[in-house]
Design a protein around this ligand. Structure first.
Ligand SMILES: NC(=O)c1ccc[n+]([C@@H]2O[C@H](COP(=O)([O-])OP(=O)(O)OC[C@H]3O[C@@H](n4cnc5c(N)ncnc54)[C@H](OP(=O)(O)O)[C@@H]3O)[C@@H](O)[C@H]2O)c1
Length: 354
């Protein structure tokens, strides 16, 4: 293989830390170059862009915006089209991944693979690190959708709690996603009142359970899932209530042991989202917790032997970072040992306890 180049499109809540992480770990991931695309030239974003360039990433912009970016003092290294064509892996971190796929990615021969994020249903095979890695087919899957952060949480709980040696013991899974209003990086859509979501999907309620089902379908597993969502007036973290009806009895000890045994699950005694968020700020990678979920142990309950209840928090822009990095490494070399080994340097942010 020639030069290994990672190209990130979008510098928002997901793109910005991902670009930073790839440049920081370039050598350990054995990557030659990190490039990124910024769409809008903005004075307010100048410091962010210069910081990313200073750390070693190279800026690409649309051809008709080169002068605008240069007049802000930025060094533009590539046009958007050039950057896509010369990349090994393209990671779309915009809410327009499907549109970009139609307009650009399907026409590009250079990259080995393309990754899009949570909102881009249908972009490619849905993926969560540690849940359906074996569903990725080398040479066949060129488009991967890293599903949303709450879907990461849901599918990880299902796999951890409900997978037995001879299959899944889940009869029904119900979830309430209590979503934070917006990220600390975002300034729009804040209304200081809880807003309940509608159940637009007759079968699954909201996209969270639907996406979880589509992800399990990549493993030929059909589940009975339903989710609801409510947006609440906090910027800290998403919270998730879950209820599993399972086909055999499970003790509370077994439930806890299962959660403790999964290295991608963090457990906590903390019941406040701000304390989990604050742990991320103090100990995480630039504030990010890379665990798939943070389960609150004192909230776990088992009723009638086969009904499981609990609350957890979603590391909203950390769990999808981990899956995006793992999927990128998989495109570079699909050998599971290669991916595992390359992920070692960032494992210290995949917490077991918070
Ligand atoms: N936020 C989270 O916690 C989170 C968690 C998991 C998954 N996701 C998913 O990640 C994706 C991005 O979310 P985000 O929260 O990072 O969004 P965001 O903070 O709003 O940032 C969006 C970025 O995309 C760029 N952009 C938008 N449309 C574009 C286009 N057509 N072409 C090129 N660039 C474009 C914007 O560029 P300019 O500002 O330069 O115009 C901006 O940098 C979504 O699919 C979302 O579902 C988000």
């Amino acid at each position: 293989m020639g030069k290994k180049i990672i190209h990130v499109i979008g510098t928002g809540t997901i793109g910005e830390p991902l670009i930073g992480l790839f440049v920081d770990f370039r050598e350990k991931f054995e990557i030659d170059e990190v490039t990124f695309h910024k769409r809008t030239p903005l004075k307010g974003d100048r410091a962010k862009i210069e910081h990313l360039i200073g750390r070693g990433a190279k800026l690409a912009v649309d051809e008709d915006k080169v002068k605008d970016f240069e007049s802000l003092g930025h060094k533009v290294s590539f046009t958007a089209d050039e950057a896509i064509e010369r990349a090994t892996v393209v990671i779309d971190c915009t809410p327009a991944g499907n549109k970009n796929k139609e307009e650009f990615y399907l026409k590009a021969d250079g990259p080995k693979g393309f990754i899009a994020q949570g909102s881009e249903f249908g972009f490619g095979k849905p993926y969560v690190r540690g849940v359906n890695d074996k569903a990725l087919v080398p040479g066949e899957d060129r488009f991967i959708q890293v599903v949303s952060c709450n879907t990461h949480n849901i599918v990880t709980l299902i796999k951890t709690i409900c997978e037995d040696d001879d299959g899944y013991i889940l009869d029904k899974g119900v979830f309430v996603c209590m979503r934070r209003s917006n990220d600390v990086t975002q300034t729009s859509k804040f209304v200081p009142a809880p807003m309940v979501g509608t159940h637009d999907d007759e079968t699954y309620g909201t996209h969270h359970a639907r996406d979880a089902q589509y992800l399990f379908e990549t493993l030929n597993i059909k589940l009975n899932l339903f989710s609801s969502a409510i947006k609440i007036n906090t910027q800290y973290m998403h919270s998730l209530w879950f209820n599993f009806l399972i086909s055999r009895s499970m003790s509370k000890e077994e439930l806890v042991d299962r959660l403790l045994a999964n290295p991608r699950v963090a457990v906590t005694e903390k019941r406040y989202a701000n304390l989990i968020f604050s742990f991320g700020r103090d100990h995480g990678y630039y504030g990010r917790i890379l665990s798939q979920t943070v389960v609150v142990l004192p909230t776990l309950a088992v009723r009638n032997g086969n009904e499981i209840y609990g609350f957890c928090f979603t590391p909203q822009d950390g769990n999808s970072l981990l899956s995006s990095i793992a999927a990128t490494l998989w495109f570079i070399d699909p050998d599971p040992e290669y991916v595992d080994k390359r992920l070692n340097p960032i494992r210290r942010w995949i917490y077991r306890e918070i």
